[in-house]
Design a protein around this ligand. Structure first.
Ligand code: GDD
Ligand code: MG
Length: 363
C-alpha cells in the first residue's frame, strides 16, 4: 500500500501563537501565501491520497472549524477534537484514535502543524510498507540540531535513538532531526496511554525503541522549514509564492509576487522575492517590498522600503520608512522616516511617531 488514507494533524499546545503578529489568531491560521497556513498542509496531504484528517487541537481550537468546516472544499473529510488541557503530542494522538477507522495494520499519517515541507508523503508510506516498520519518521538535516529531536539511524535507516532537544554536546550525535511527519501503524497508536499528557518525542519514541519496536527513518533533502519564529514564517510564505515550497493551495501562479484581489498597488511600486499583498492592502507609489508578507488592509505609504518583514493586518507603514526583518503587529502605526531592523517587533495596535527610530545616521 502506498497511500495513507487517514491523518492526524497536531495543532495544539502552547507555542501555536505567532505573537505579536496578532492577538487572536493562532499561527496555523495566519495567512502564508494568501491562505491560512494550515491550508497548505491539508492540501498536500489530500494530494498524497489522504481522505480523512483529524485535527487535534487545544489552544483557540474554535478558529479552525468555522474556516475549514467539514473539509469538503478541500476534498477532505475533516474532524476536530479539542483537548480540555493540552495533552502533549503523544496524548493528542492517542486522544483522537477513536475517530480513526483504519485497520490495525494500516498506515496513519501524523504531522506537526507548524512545518512547511516538500516531503513526498507517498514515498514515506512506501518506505514504511517496504521496511515493515511500526513507525516511520521523516528526517531532515540541519546545521544546528539543538532545538529539535535528534534521530540517529544505522546503515539501513533503522532508528537507534531519539533525543529530544539535546542539552549537552555529547548528546549531539547526528545532524539528522525529526522533521515532524510520521507514519504510524494504526495499532501502535493504541499503545499510547490514554487520559494523561504524553510526549511522543520524550516518552513514546524512546519507549518504543526500548521495547524493541522498529522505527525507520527516511532522510531526504526536500524543502523543509520550521515556522517557529515570525522570520521563518515570512520566509516560508515567500518560498510558497516563489514555488520553492510546493503547495497546491497557493492561490495563483507562482512567481515573484502574489497580489490578492482587492489589494491596490501603485504602478511604480516594486514587489519582489515572493512578496504577498493581502486583500484590501495598499502599496503606495515608489514603495519597494521584497520577500515580505503584507496582511489584509495594511497600508505601505509611498517610498517605504520593506524587506523580509511581516506587516500585520490593518497596520500602516509611513513614507520612506525602512523595515528589514521587522514584525509589525496588527493595527500598529509606524510613522514616516523610521528605520526598523533585525527582528524588532512592534506590538499590535501600538504607534511609533514619525522619525523616532533609526539605526543609521541622519542624512
Ligand atoms: N493537540 C496538541 N496538544 N498538539 C500539540 C500539543 C498538545 O498538547 N503540544 C504540541 N502540539 C503540536 C504543536 O502545535 C506542533 O504542531 C507540534 O505538536 C509540535 O509541537 P511544538 O511545540 O511545535 O514542538 P517543537 O517545535 O519544539 O518540536 C517538535 O518539532 C520539531 C520539528 O519542528 C518535535 O517534534 C521535534 O522532535 C521536531 O524536531
Ligand atoms: Mg514547532
Amino acid at each position: 500500500m502506498t497511500e495513507a488514507k487517514e491523518a492526524i494533524l497536531l495543532v495544539g499546545g502552547k507555542g501555536t501563537r505567532l505573537r505579536p503578529l496578532t492577538v487572536h489568531t493562532p499561527k496555523p491560521m495566519v495567512p502564508a501565501a494568501g491562505v491560512p497556513f494550515l491550508t497548505h498542509q491539508l492540501a498536500r496531504a489530500r494530494a498524497a491520497g489522504v481522505e480523512h484528517i483529524v485535527l487535534a487541537t487545544s489552544y483557540l481550537a474554535e478558529v479552525f472549524e468555522p474556516h475549514f468546516g467539514d473539509g469538503s472544499s478541500l476534498g477532505l473529510h475533516i474532524e476536530y477534537v479539542t483537548e480540555q488541557e493540552p495533552l502533549g503530542t503523544g496524548g493528542a494522538i492517542r486522544n483522537v484514535a477513536p475517530k480513526l477507522s483504519s485497520g490495525p495494520d494500516e498506515p496513519v499519517l501524523i504531522f506537526n502543524g507548524d512545518i512547511l515541507t516538500g516531503l513526498d508523503i507517498r514515498a514515506l508510506v512506501t518506505s514504511h510498507t517496504v521496511s515493515g516498520a511500526d513507525v516511520s519518521l521523516h528526517l531532515t538535516r540541519v546545521e544546528d540540531p539543538r532545538a529539535f529531536g535528534l534521530v540517529p539511524t544505522d546503515g539501513t535507516g533503522r532508528v537507534t535513538a531519539f533525543l529530544e532537544k539535546p542539552q549537552t554536546p555529547e548528546e549531539i550525535v547526528t545532524d539528522q532531526i525529526n522533521a515532524g511527519a510520521y507514519i504510524f501503524r494504526r495499532s501502535v497508536i493504541d499503545t499510547i496511554p490514554a487520559g494523561r499528557p504524553v510526549s511522543v518525542e520524550r516518552e513514546t519514541f524512546p519507549g518504543l525503541l526500548a521495547s524493541g519496536a522498529h522505527l525507520q527513518g527516511m532522510v531526504d533533502s526536500t524543502y523543509w522549514l520550521d515556522l517557529g519564529t515570525p522570520a521563518a514564517f515570512v520566509r516560508g510564505s515567500a518560498d510558497l509564492v516563489l514555488g520553492r515550497a510546493p503547495s497546491p493551495a497557493v492561490p495563483g501562479r507562482c512567481g515573484d509576487r502574489l497580489v490578492l484581489p482587492t489589494a491596490s498597488v501603485a504602478p511604480d511600486a516594486k514587489l519582489t522575492g515572493g512578496t504577498v499583498v493581502g486583500a484590501g492592502a495598499v502599496i503606495g507609489a515608489g514603495a519597494r517590498v521584497d520577500g515580505s508578507t503584507i496582511l489584509e488592509n495594511a497600508i505601505v505609504e509611498p517610498n517605504a522600503v520593506v524587506t523580509d518583514s511581516l506587516v500585520g493586518a490593518g497596520a500602516r507603514i509611513g513614507s520612506r520608512t525602512v523595515l528589514a526583518g521587522a514584525v509589525i503587529g496588527d493595527g500598529a502605526r509606524v510613522g514616516a522616516d523610521n528605520e526598523l531592523r533585525d527582528g524588532i517587533r512592534i506590538w499590535c495596535g501600538s504607534t511609533l511617531p514619525d522619525a523616532s527610530v533609526r539605526f543609521s545616521s541622519d542624512q
